[in-house]
Design a protein around this ligand. Structure first.
Ligand code: G3H
Ligand code: ZN
Length: 269
């Protein structure tokens, strides 16, 4: 985070689901020589446990010399937080945005107390996004209220704040980012801001949002789509397709290209 602030980068946080996506994201960032996050949703831990993700990521990053964090995305419980910190994650989100204001603060504070002991920053969310992201499905969403941002950040101790300003999860709803609301939030927020639902947000909106203390932007659906398409296209051509390693390598390369394109364009390269 300090590196990004100093060098005025926006950090993309790419959701991984497996080995192939992790390698693809690492290669894409390495090729761009730009920093970012590899992140795993709590719901993804049903398939790959935190230790597996740490080992895969460490190996994927072995020869890469730029700052890349391994982040828990939409942490659903204190147990998930603990498991990820103990396994070696370097950044954590606890998502208690569905709870009341007071309960959200309590959950975040508990996570902050644990994570800060290990020097790990914590992202929290205030307001809720519409759309669909793995286990999270919100028909409508509710925007972040700037009036309570300062109190939330100060009492919870979070290091990054994810906001709801017309951004949505997934590809089914159309994002409509309210930059004035983002500005109002940034005017009062003691910490940098995070935009979830990066897929589908126009790039010039993201570059403008940088002025309003946007430090991190999450990309899930864009990369997952590229991954799935890599297999789907081949299957459409040949329903006997079974060359998994060749297709997996194509998927790695396609995910890498997409991550590379996104990290460069949001940073104005
Ligand atoms: O936490 C993950 C992101 O918010 C992903 O959103 O799938 O719309 O890019 P997206
Ligand atoms: Zn999200």
């Amino acid at each position: 985070m300090e590196y990004a602030k100093k060098n005025q980068f926006i950090l993309p946080a790419f959701n991984t689901t497996n080995l192939e996506m992790t390698i693809g994201i690492s290669n894409g960032l390495a090729k761009a020589k730009l920093p970012g996050y590899i992140q795993v949703s709590s719901s993804n831990l049903k398939l790959s446990n935190p230790n597996m993700m740490v080992e895969i990521t460490k190996n994927a990053l072995k020869h890469i010399d730029i700052p890349i964090a391994l982040h828990l995305d939409h942490g659903q419980s204190f147990q998930d937080v603990k498991d990820c910190v103990d396994a070696g994650f370097t950044s954590i989100m606890i998502d208690a945005s569905h709870l009341s204001f007071e309960e959200n603060i309590t959950e975040v504070k508990k996570t902050v107390d644990y994570c800060h002991f290990y020097g790990i920053p914590v992202e929290a969310e205030l307001g809720a996004l519409g759309g669909k992201e793995e286990d999270i499905n919100n028909e409508t969403g509710s925007t972040t209220d700037p009036e309570v941002v300062k109190e939330f950040v100060e009492r919870s101790g979070c290091d990054l704040l994810a906001v709801s300003v017309g951004n949505v999860h997934g590809l089914d709803l159309q994002p409509n980012v309210n930059l004035q609301l983002l500005k109002n939030i940034s005017d009062v927020s003691p910490v940098p801001l995070v935009m979830h639902g990066g897929s589908g947000i126009p790039f010039d909106t993201i570059r403008k949002a940088k002025k309003f203390n946007l430090l991190k932007i999450n990309y899930g659906a864009d990369l997952r789509k590229v991954f799935i398409e890599s297999f789907g296209k081949e299957y459409q051509k040949n329903q006997n397709a079974h060359d998994v390693i060749r297709l997996s390598m194509i998927a790695v390369s396609n995910v890498s290209n997409k991550a590379n394109e996104l990290v460069k364009v949001i940073n104005g390269y």
